[in-house]
Design a protein around this ligand. Structure first.
Ligand SMILES: [Ca+2]
Ligand SMILES: [Ca+2]
Ligand SMILES: [Ca+2]
Length: 163
């Protein structure tokens, strides 16, 4: 490979990296839930945001979230992110389809008893799992250091599966 083709390969590789940060990425965790901006997320802060989000997602206010409500709430947040992103329209369409497909998959995982309704208790159970997963040192508070440790652990797990 000459210098020029190496350069082209590097540019192509850079273009292939996602310009679009997944909403479930670590840095977003502290950002999303740290209501008093002290750099750490307590369980109380986390739960308060989750309760608000569940209520907002339950668009018709009947106490449970349907698949349409769940995907609808997610799609609205996704559109905001896409509007701010620098992706081309074509890439945005691709990303939208991929993310919406995953939202349907997530709903079905959350809806443990498969009645098509996600109750607050099912939503809370998934939240508790997510919080525990991020809290790497298990002191009940998620800091940026916890998130980094969790990301490193997951990257190591992925590397193992890939090899
Ligand atoms: Ca905080
Ligand atoms: Ca509902
Ligand atoms: Ca912690």
């Amino acid at each position: 490979m000459n210098t020029r083709s190496i350069l082209i390969a590097a540019v192509v590789a850079a273009a292939g990296t996602p310009a679009f940060a997944a909403p479930h990425e670590g840095g977003a965790f502290v950002h999303d839930y740290d209501s008093n901006h002290d750099g750490q997320v307590t369980r109380a802060e986390f739960d308060a945001v989750r309760v608000t989000r569940f209520k907002a997602t339950d668009a018709n206010g009947d106490g449970w979230v349907s698949e349409d409500e769940y995907v609808g709430e997610y799609a609205a947040r996704l559109e905001k992110q896409l509007a701010e992103s620098s992706l081309t329209e074509e890439k945005k369409t691709e990303e939208r389809q991929r993310q919406i497909r995953q939202a349907h998959v997530r709903f079905n995982v959350l809806d443990k008893d498969k009645d098509g309704k996600m109750a607050q208790v099912e939503y809370d159970a998934s939240g508790a799992r997510a919080f525990a997963e991020q809290d790497a040192d298990k002191d009940g508070i998620v800091t940026a250091a916890d998130v980094q440790a969790t990301n490193a652990r997951m990257a190591a797990m992925r590397a193992k599966t890939d090899s």
